[in-house]
Ligand binder design. Structure first.
Ligand SMILES: C[S@@+](CC[C@H](N)C(=O)[O-])C[C@H]1O[C@@H](n2cnc3c(N)ncnc32)[C@H](O)[C@@H]1O
Length: 281
């Protein structure tokens, strides 16, 4: 009792009864079992939901990473989907490498990480950095080529289904309803004016801008047709209604002329500043 008093471990109640203070880290506790029922799946209304069909809860990956690595270690997720493991790794101060076979996952991770950790720099390997690699991707995996081109513009791929062609890029129209640009990607070796007609067919009042991405240079006839579509005016500025961008243009960093854009992806909640500060200490 005297030792406990000396150690400051006795708490005296108002009644005069002594109570012993026992700290949580001195308790043996119960080891974590191999069935975890206290972390819930990502439900339809969950704040962290991004829309990727196989998304796992961040809390689950945080527990796994906390239990199996130390700050500064490298976490590798070779099937990283929408990047829950890499998000948890970044949050917990680990280095990380994420691999996925689809550009859809890579685009979503880029958007997720940038919204959760503003200013984060992510190095991407394996995407077509030169024209020959883009040609190769278009030839062997046409759908992935379309995803890659659409995601390069920060747009959302629509998988070539429905009237939106290959992608949409929402933009902000003050005092008006949300509008979007529609994107069509052509990875073929030749291009024709029919492609422009198809694009124009998908445009309307809510989709007033159309972007055609081509692997090869458009013909002069196509350029004339695009120019003839005129301009869309927004907040006193004029934007060409129909824009043709080649893959070479995109690889050089050229982007469509658009009113201010809104991310087409669901945004990951911002990681709290104190969590980031703790990681840096
Ligand atoms: C179950 S999901 C991963 C889900 C992830 N844990 C999350 O929270 O989003 C599996 C992923 O593996 C990817 N995948 C399938 N085959 C692959 C391969 N050969 N190489 C790399 N990734 C692949 C799929 O595209 C998919 O995104």
């Amino acid at each position: 009792m005297e030792r406990f008093i000396q150690e400051g471990r006795i708490f005296w109640r108002k009644t005069g009864m002594p109570r012993l203070k026992i700290y949580a880290d001195e308790m043996p506790g119960v080891p974590l079992q191999d069935v975890w029922t206290d972390i819930y799946p990502v439900t339809a209304g969950a704040r962290e939901r991004l829309g990727y069909p196989t998304q796992k809860p961040l809390a689950l990956l945080e527990r796994i990473i906390n239990a199996s690595s130390n700050p500064g270690d490298v976490v590798l997720d070779p099937f990283c989907g929408c990047g829950t493991a890499v998000h948890a790794a970044e949050k917990l101060g680990r280095k990380w490498i994420g691999i996925d076979i689809t550009y859809l996952a890579i685009g979503l991770i880029r958007s997720r990480m940038q919204s959760a950790f503003p200013g984060i720099e992510i190095k991407e390997d394996g995407d077509p950095k030169d024209y020959a690699s883009a040609q190769r991707l278009a030839a062997i995996r046409p759908t992935q080529f379309e995803y890659w081109a659409v995601l390069k513009l920060g747009a959302q791929p629509t998988g070539g289904k429905g009237p939106d062609l290959d992608g949409v890029l929402p933009f902000i129209e003050f005092g008006d309803r949300a509008k979007r640009a529609v994107i069509s990607v052509k990875g073929t070796k030749t291009v024709s004016p029919v492609m422009l007609r198809e694009l124009r067919g998908a445009m309307n009042g809510e989709k007033p801008i159309g972007i055609l991405i081509t692997l090869v240079d458009p013909t002069s006839g196509m350029k004339t047709q695009a120019a003839a579509a005129g301009f869309y005016e927004s907040s006193g500025k004029k934007y060409p209604r129909v824009q043709i961008l080649t893959v070479r243009d995109i690889q050089k960093g050229k982007r469509p002329e658009m009113p201010p854009q809104r991310s087409p992806f669901a945004q990951a909640p911002l990681e709290r500043e104190e969590a980031r500060t703790k990681r840096l200490l």
